[in-house]
Design a protein around this ligand. Structure first.
Ligand code: LPM
Length: 243
């Protein structure tokens, strides 16, 4: 048997006071603002990601190693495709003018845990990028974020955020919206699960995806419609990626 993973046990039982400053303060302030201002609701669905994993493998078989497309890149591509049909989710609230701003382009934020803390680098005009280019930018921007080399301009201006908390080994979460955006899509880990296909139980690669949305901006019908469409794309990605 292998030992449980995780940090070593604490060496001392004393309290530790950690200054709430730097990136920790930025994150704290942003999340508190989100919680204070956004009446959010979360909706979720389990998806069979078997076909998506197969699509990634097929795609990567034709690409050089340096251009390998990650699962997150494919999910980003599918999310952007779904946003094109549900621009309500690619919005923000302009409180001063009492307007909902429906953004024409997708500035895609990618929540990234770095050694310095949580940052959300933004892929500009993600809706205009072919899958391979989107994958390339994603690799680039997450590496820069990890190394703390992103200028502030590339960490702001998002219109929608993707959060892959599955990397932490968890199935689900109710992520907090990246204010002033209107929605955040979260993906849990993909794991073998029993799944019913044509009345029979089979083993499939299953993940739970969550959508937290600003209920001022859209209602459950739109949020659910978007999440269902995204789930349909995940389950039949070849068709969705074709256009
Ligand atoms: C930041 O701007 N550094 C953090 C804001 C994070 C907000 C969202 S993406 C958290 C998702 S649970």
């Amino acid at each position: 048997t292998t030992a449980p993973s995780g940090p070593a046990p604490a060496a001392s039982r004393s309290d530790v006071r950690i200054p709430l400053n730097g990136l920790r303060k930025t994150v704290a302030d942003k999340l508190a603002t989100s919680r204070r201002e956004i009446p959010e609701a979360t909706t979720w669905v389990d998806v069979d990601a078997t076909a998506l994993l197969a699509a990634r493998a097929a795609m990567n078989a034709t690409l050089p190693d340096t251009e390998r497309v990650s699962l997150l890149a494919l999910l980003a591509r599918l999310a952007v495709a779904a946003l094109r049909r549900y621009p309500q989710l690619n919005s923000s609230v302009d409180a001063d003018r009492r307007q909902i701003v429906q953004h024409g382009r997708v500035q895609l934020g990618i929540a990234a845990q770095t050694p310095r803390g949580l940052v959300v680098p933004v892929i500009a005009d993600a809706d205009a990028l072919p899958t391979v280019e989107l994958a390339r930018r994603l690799t680039e921007i997450t590496a820069l974020a990890r190394d703390g080399k992103l200028p502030p301009a590339r960490l702001t201006g998002g219109t929608f955020t993707l959060n892959n908390y599955g990397v932490f080994g968890v199935d689900g979460s109710a992520p907090i919206i990246n204010h002033p955006e209107a929605a955040i899509l979260g993906i849990g880990r993909i794991i073998d699960r029993p799944w019913v296909v044509d009345g029979a139980i089979v083993v499939r690669k299953v993940a739970q995806i969550s959508l937290a949305f600003d209920h001022r901006v859209c209602d459950g019908g739109e949020a659910g419609g978007f999440l269902r469409l995204f789930a349909d794309y995940v389950e039949d990605p070849v068709r969705a990626l074709a256009h």
